[in-house]
Design a protein around this ligand. Structure first.
Ligand SMILES: *Cc1c(COP(=O)(O)O)cnc(C)c1O
Length: 386
């Protein structure tokens, strides 16, 4: 059976070029980059190159990039680091209700340690405004952390505006850009971003590797202790093949980024436009235009997202209901609930996230299969009156 992968927000396929770049570092080039001999220095040079590739992709300096295990660790490092270091200045943090759990659960942890967190509500599209951030700011606010783009509904937040506000008020600004890096143009300097999280496996790099950008001059205590790696900012022998692969992958992702985005947008918009013509009573989740080029998220009323996913999978289509982290549990997505959806409508959500390898035939196949599945499931649903 032909299989169509539409779950690129959960993870992406490793780019062959990234694998090729990694291979020598899993075989004959095995030195420890901290060693002063030839074997080590050869590997240290590979890390330098990857650091330049990652920094170049977001207009940062190589010294501002800390390699680590992924997006989750980057979020933890930024938020817990600022909280610890600046506790004397204040203990108030501003975030949004729709962040990834890597941010939300970290904020919950800090609340248990005596910090105060404001979770900004979002509008029906999953958006916060810069005015909401401004109004939430207090004299003891030390950090604003707002995601660049939402992993479930694809809504793109007003990052440059929030960045400008934070810079003016001298409050640190972190953004979880895991869904944005390699998909949207990012300039940390122009956008006044102090810290930014990214993850290799969300842009066709390997899993288990990510990076935190920390603007020069900001000193963060390390989350992981035990060595002087990453200039004392993240201990532990580096995941060398992972870092090399992520460097190559980010370079590839940013090459022709806008063109690839336009191509995905056409397919995204075909799905967004044509699904409601074939399935009555469905609702687009997320912003109609301020939206990741690869994200489609619909609630199909009166049926369960989980049942839709199982039936799509039987037809060879891999999608997600809300987010990979919440599927498997029966709780509806916190993002959809924050956007004001009822539990029932939130339960009926299906997320399809494209890659630049997605074809028009793939989309046409979804347009053929999904309406039939919806009709069948609704036929069995006691809630649906037809
Ligand atoms: C995937 C994801 C993460 C977690 O990244 P990992 O590298 O898998 O730890 C964090 N934030 C967002 C928005 C994500 O989509």
């Amino acid at each position: 059976m032909k299989r169509i992968y539409l779950d690129n927000a959960a993870t992406t396929k490793l780019a062959p070029e990234a694998l090729e770049a990694m291979m020598p570092y899993m075989t004959e080039i095995y030195g420890n980059p901290s060693s002063p001999h030839y074997f080590g220095q050869q590997v240290a040079a590979a890390l330098d190159k990857a650091r330049q590739q990652v920094a170049g992709a977001i207009n940062a300096e190589p010294g501002e990039i800390i390699f680590m295990s992924g997006g989750t660790e980057a979020d933890n490092t930024a938020i817990r680091g600022i909280a610890e270091r600046y506790a004397k200045k204040g203990r108030h943090i501003i975030t949004t209700a729709v962040e990834h759990h890597a941010v939300l659960h970290t904020c919950k942890l800090l609340e248990r340690q005596g910090y105060e967190v404001t979770y900004l509500p979002v509008d029906e599209y999953g958006m916060v405004t810069v005015d909401q951030v401004r109004e939430a700011m207090r004299d003891d606010t030390i950090l604003v952390t707002v995601m660049f783009a939402n992993n479930e509904v694809g809504t793109i937040m007003p990052i440059p505006e929030i960045g400008a506000l934070c810079r003016e008020r001298k409050v640190f600004f972190h953004t979880d850009a895991v869904q944005a890096v390699g998909h949207l143009p990012i300039d940390v300097k122009a956008m006044n971003i102090d810290m930014l999280s990214m993850s290799g496996h969300k842009f066709h790099g390997p899993k288990g590797v990510g990076a935190l950008y920390v603007r020069k001059g900001i000193v963060l205590p390390p989350l992981i202790e035990g060595g002087a790696q990453e200039r004392n900012r993240r201990a532990g022998t580096e995941n060398v093949p992972g870092i090399v692969g992520m460097g190559r992958a980010i370079e590839l992702a940013c090459d022709g980024l806008l063109e690839k985005g336009e191509k995905m947008k056409l397919l995204r918009d075909k799905l967004i436009r044509e699904l409601p013509l074939r399935i009555p009573e469905i609702k687009l989740n997320g912003h109609p235009t301020m939206r990741l080029p690869n994200n489609v998220n619909y609630s199909i009323k009166y049926i369960e997202g989980e049942s839709i996913l199982l039936m799509l999978d039987l037809k060879g289509i891999a999608a997600s209901s809300g987010s990979a982290c919440t599927s498997g549990s029966l709780d509806p997505s916190h993002v959809l609930l924050a956007m004001g959806l009822t539990h029932e409508v939130a339960h009926g959500s299906v997320r399809m996230t494209l890659s630049d390898e997605t074809t028009e035939e793939d989309i046409d196949y979804v347009l053929e299969v999904l309406p039939r599945i919806a009709e069948r499931l609704r036929g069995m649903s006691p809630l649906y009156k037809g």
